[in-house]
Design a protein around this ligand. Structure first.
Ligand SMILES: C[S@@+](CC[C@H](N)C(=O)[O-])C[C@H]1O[C@@H](n2cnc3c(N)ncnc32)[C@H](O)[C@@H]1O
Length: 254
């Protein structure tokens, strides 16, 4: 049953048109007319609501990825959901985890991490570009995850991360090998460092540096996702898809 302030994904099945809304936030404008989100308070998941133009939308609870994909403005290249969720798995992030992340970009990965560290954890996220962090702050706030995120404008290669101790450090930035030494300072012993690498050269420099700083259990993984058409009579892979994103390197601090 929906409560006020829950996030809902509204799906117009005939057209595969989807929109994310906050339950109880009044009238929502869509390209298919207005939907009164107040009527969703107290109704079961899967209820069908009708817009002012007569379009029928099924309301289901939104996932964190639905929320981000529909509500965020993306400025820097954002991580893909398949990689973001694998990083959560590989770093064993959960409620109460303390995490350092660089760079923030538009905050896509930040929001996913924040979602999973709730309600007691924290994500310290660092970004060197003002135009990027400005977008990230707005994005994170717009979905109500700012309580779990400490966003800081800082070049971590020059200034490091600070003096906190964290369970995991996650790097999605141009030259992560230049901050491995600084990551060692904030990571707890046995904690996990995860680096998202998009090229082989990038990966090679990172692994070399991890070995220099005695990280162990180094692993390199690539998440391959193949989308299929879900149309009866046409069940086959999609013709076009994303063929490369990057590798996820993980290692434990000695
Ligand atoms: C690929 S984007 C990160 C995207 C982000 N993970 C997301 O999912 O939205 C890389 C970001 O790292 C930032 N960056 C690069 N070098 C940095 C540094 N030395 N310190 C802080 N941020 C840095 C860039 O400005 C850029 O915004």
């Amino acid at each position: 049953m929906f409560k006020k302030n829950d996030w809902t994904l509204l799906i117009e099945e005939d057209r595969n048109y989807k929109i994310v809304a906050k339950v109880g936030s009044g009238l929502l404008q869509t390209i298919r007319g207005y939907i009164d989100t107040d009527t969703l308070i107290g109704v079961p998941y899967g209820t069908v609501v009708t817009s002012t133009l007569g379009a029928k939308f099924r309301a289901i609870p939104a996932t964190i990825f639905d929320i981000i994909e529909h509500r965020f403005r993306i400025k820097a290249q954002a991580i893909y959901p398949k990689d973001a969720i694998y990083i959560v798995k590989a770093t064993a992030i959960g409620p109460g985890s303390r995490v350092v992340e660089a760079g923030t970009g538009s905050g896509f990965l930040t929001a996913v991490l924040a979602w999973y560290v709730r309600p007691w954890g924290i994500v310290y996220s660092f970004e060197k570009r003002f135009d990027h962090i400005r977008v990230a702050i707005k994005n994170i706030k717009s979905v109500g995850l700012d309580l779990y995120v400490d966003l800081q404008l800082r070049d971590v290669v020059k200034s490091g991360f600070g003096s906190m101790k964290v369970d995991a450090v996650i790097l999605d930035m141009g030259d992560p090998w230049n901050v491995i030494e600084k990551a060692v300072e904030v990571l707890k012993s046995g904690g996990t460092l995860a680096v998202f690498s998009t090229t082989i050269e990038h990966m090679s420099k990172t692994v070399e540096m991890l070995k220099t700083y005695n990280f162990y259990n180094i692993s390199i993984e690539e998440v391959l996702l193949r989308r299929w058409k879900s149309v009866v009579g046409e069940l086959r892979p999609e013709t076009f898809d994303v063929v490369h994103t990057g590798w996820i390197i993980t290692a434990r601090k000695a």
